[in-house]
Design a protein around this ligand. Structure first.
Ligand SMILES: NC(=O)c1ccc[n+]([C@@H]2O[C@H](COP(=O)([O-])OP(=O)(O)OC[C@H]3O[C@@H](n4cnc5c(N)ncnc54)[C@H](OP(=O)(O)O)[C@@H]3O)[C@@H](O)[C@H]2O)c1
Length: 300
């Protein structure tokens, strides 16, 4: 029997990809899935995975959820309420420490240290808290999810002839399934203990470049327009609170803070990561996943 690995978020898109790939690497008896409601998920039980109730809104209960685990994968919570996110994630770290977990992996986002993008506030706070916790850690800074590209493009959708954003810069987009595959590999090695690891796509794309690729795929001229932050917010007045929060990402992108490229993902996968153009072609022609992603994301 190897170390017991506890996964949070394994009913979500990233976490389910981690779980699927982890099952190729360790026996199911080495995995515990922490889920909101353990009464469902028969598919996971059928695989022989132990399910435990784990609600981040009830941090005290997480001590028993995490008991017996050696490693914990803490998937960042999907919320734009930064204070809630920080409170819940740091409380989960405390609970894991109390439960005797020896190594915590945290899924962060690939923006440079010091970025003022609001999306990084809870990530940086959680990273700092984890590093100071005394528990071994691995911080995984993930490239922007490829199927979140429409969010980066200022909530663009394929019915629009123009991308309107308050700034431009490179984003090292990565495929969520490949991030799951690589994260599973990170969980079974100690190579990245007490390190921050960047998992990015093989290259970064500016938003203007992305718009040009979309124009080619859709065979229509999609304009790229840079506007002021205020104009951006007014344009997205129907989702004003989301737009105000997200607008702070663009000055950071302009400084190149979302575009760091690293070959660790490629190394862990043992192949070239999926190309962004290929994903866009697939999404726009075969699958409305990006629209779905944007609707889910803006509703958190
Ligand atoms: N890199 C990027 O571009 C990017 C883009 C979008 C999001 N993200 C971040 O990456 C994370 C993973 O993405 P994803 O696509 O896998 O998200 P997702 O599909 O929304 O999954 C989120 C997971 O968190 C669980 N969860 C939410 N609130 C919880 C709570 N209070 N207690 C316990 N579990 C809770 C959900 O459980 P249930 O299924 O039971 O609700 C789900 O398993 C997100 O949470 C977000 O922080 C990154």
């Amino acid at each position: 029997m190897g170390p017991k690995i506890i996964l949070t978020g394994s009913t979500g898109k990233l976490g389910s990809a981690v779980l699927k790939n982890l099952l190729e690497l360790v026996p199911p008896s080495d995995i515990i899935a922490s889920v909101y409601n353990p009464s469902g998920h028969q598919d996971l039980k059928d695989k022989g995975i132990e399910l435990r109730k784990g609600d981040f809104n009830d941090p005290k209960s997480l001590v028993s959820t995490f008991k017996g685990g050696d490693k914990l994968m803490l998937v960042s919570l999907p919320s734009r309420d930064d204070d809630y996110r920080i409170r819940a994630q740091t409380a989960a770290i405390d609970a894991a420490k109390k439960a005797g977990v020896k190594h915590i992996y945290y899924t962060s986002l690939n923006f440079a240290d010091g970025s003022q993008a609001k999306v990084m506030k809870a990530h940086f706070a959680t990273e700092d808290y984890l590093k100071a916790s005394g528990v071994d850690y691995t911080i995984i800074r993930e490239g922007g999810y490829m199927d979140s590209y429409s969010i980066y493009l200022g909530f663009w959708n394929s019915s629009l002839d123009k991308v309107t954003v308050p700034g431009d810069g490179p984003v090292s987009f990565a495929d969520r399934n490949e991030l799951g595959e690589a994260t599973a590999k990170l969980l079974v090695t100690d190579e990245f203990k007490n390190r921050t690891v960047t998992l990015s796509g093989a290259r970064a794309y500016t938003l203007k470049e992305t718009t040009e690729i979309l124009s080619t795929i859709l065979k229509k001229d999609i304009q790229f327009e840079k506007v002021s932050e205020q104009e951006f917010i007014e344009k997205n007045a129907a989702i004003r609170d989301v737009a105000e929060w997200w607008a702070s990402t663009y000055p950071s992108l302009e400084k190149g803070e979302g575009g760091m490229v690293d070959d660790t993902l490629e190394r862990l996968l043992g192949r070239t990561p999926r190309r962004f153009e290929e994903m866009l072609r697939y999404t726009l022609k075969e699958d409305p996943a990006a629209d779905k992603e944007m609707k889910e994301w803006t509703s958190h």
